[in-house]
Ligand binder design. Structure first.
Ligand SMILES: *Cc1c(COP(=O)(O)O)cnc(C)c1O
Length: 429
């Protein structure tokens, strides 16, 4: 890439992180399926292990195919850098683990991906880190939850099942007033629809398994950091102080804007080991090449399907923030001008029985537990992912017995609407 010109988003989805391979001339991103790398000599080997020089040693810590994927995502998000992981949950866990110590406190939105809620509740508990969930729409609730020991605020750009859009700028302000970073899970928006770092967030995490990869083939996760947060503000000795796990290295002082990311890679990834395979990094990097094209079709289809459902008398409610009259309309215009993503819920009035009958009657939508595939997906939480909950517990999670979740793919919108019509017809009168 040229030093003089700032390339546009679509150009970077194809080119960032990937130059023609100098030895062979290969234009596609090579899959470096190797665990380890021959050192030039003993001196450079020692320099790598001292982190005095940056170079490949072992693929748990870095790999050239993975590095290309990381550089591409960092470029698209406008971050200082990125570190990839084996899955979205591995990325989140590592991002949190890097900045937390026992006795710390985390404030999180209560409208989060189910796997994240479980991770926060159980893993943080085991680390003796306290946790409060708050209504992400309520700025007073965020403010009231802050403690002296609070070290990070966590939320999703677009929450589920309510389609909550986070006021990123306002929550970042609350975090920064307490010298804490704001961490955003931007999986549903992707950097094509929203770049949280531009609104004051400090760390962005992704399940690349979803829209970034885009084809439902490969698990992966990635952490992006802005490089702007002051980890030496006195609240983060875990990053600023000399590290006993790295012969007394002070990561923030030594690496400046890369301090957090270097600790995330050279310590957390090294020691916890949730590395992504080069092959998955290749597939995810290839998926990203068509991200703008796919996201435009995903959001156009989602808008059309949401409008169809909202206009149908057999449907009780549709929580897509792109619908006219949504309580998130003004936040959607600000943070998601290109569209509100392609995952949303709607309610059937007839409860569990209707939810199951509806899904049985569909033929084009796939009934499964994933989102962000090029193919359209559907799930009825009350009979699957949230099956163990009674109606009262479901309500606590914002899910009603008749709630159906859709992940809208890139097929022809007419065909998707035809399929949903089959589902609605099966409900009878
Ligand atoms: C899927 C998902 C995750 C977890 O990612 P995995 O790659 O499945 O580990 C986290 N957040 C959101 C919003 C997700 O959709």
């Amino acid at each position: 890439m040229s030093d003089e010109r700032e390339f546009g988003f679509s150009t970077r989805t194809v080119h960032a992180g990937c130059r023609p391979e100098p030895t062979t001339g290969a234009r596609a991103l090579p899959i470096f399926q190797t665990t380890s790398y021959v050192f030039e000599n003993c001196e450079s080997a020692a320099a790598y292990f001292n982190l005095q020089e940056y170079g490949n040693t072992y693929s748990r810590i870095m790999n050239p195919t993975v590095a290309a994927f990381e550089e591409r995502i960092a470029s698209l998000d406008g971050g200082a850098g990125a570190v990839a992981f084996a899955s979205g949950l591995a990325a989140q866990a590592a991002a949190l683990f890097t900045l937390l110590r026992p006795g710390d406190h985390v404030v999180a939105s209560r409208a989060l991906y189910g796997g994240t809620v479980t991770q926060l509740k159980h893993v943080l508990g085991k680390l003796n880190v306290a946790l409060d969930f708050v209504d992400p729409d309520d700025m007073d609730a965020w403010r009231a939850a802050m403690r002296d020991t609070t070290k990070v605020l966590f939320a999703e750009t677009i929450g589920n099942p309510g389609g909550n859009i986070l006021d990123i700028e306002a929550v970042a302000e609350i975090a920064h007033a307490h010298q804490c970073p704001l961490m955003i899970d931007n999986t549903f928006a992707t950097p094509y629809l929203c770049r949280p770092l531009e609104w004051g967030a400090d760390i962005v995490v992704y399940s690349a398994t979803k829209f970034l990869g885009g084809h439902g083939t490969s698990l992966g996760g990635v952490v992006v950091e802005s490089g702007k947060f002051d980890w030496s503000n006195g609240r983060f000795p875990v990053i600023a102080d000399p590290s006993p796990a790295y012969h007394g290295l002070a990561f923030h002082e030594t690496f400046g804007v890369y301090g957090y990311l270097m600790k995330l890679r050279a310590e957390t990834l090294r020691d916890l080991g949730a590395a992504i395979s080069p092959f998955n990094a290749f597939l995810l990097a290839q998926g990203v090449e068509t991200l703008p094209l796919r996201m435009r079709q995903h959001v156009a289809n989602a808008q059309a399907v949401a409008e169809f459902l909202a206009a149908d008398k057999r449907v009780a409610a549709v929580s897509y923030p792109g619908l006219a009259g949504s309580k998130y309309s003004s936040l959607a215009r600000k943070y998601l001008p290109g569209g509100c993503g392609a995952v949303f819920c709607f309610d059937l009035p007839g409860g569990r029985e209707h939810g199951m009958r509806f899904i049985e009657a569909l033929s084009l939508f796939s009934h499964l537990a994933n989102v962000g595939d090029a193919k359209s997906l559907v799930i009825h939480p009350a009979s699957t992912t949230h099956r163990q909950l009674n109606d009262e517990e479901l309500a606590g999670a914002g899910i009603r017995p008749g709630t159906v979740r859709l992940s809208i793919g890139i097929e022809d919108a007419d065909d998707l609407i035809w399929d949903l019509e089959q589902g609605l017809a099966a409900l009878g009168d």
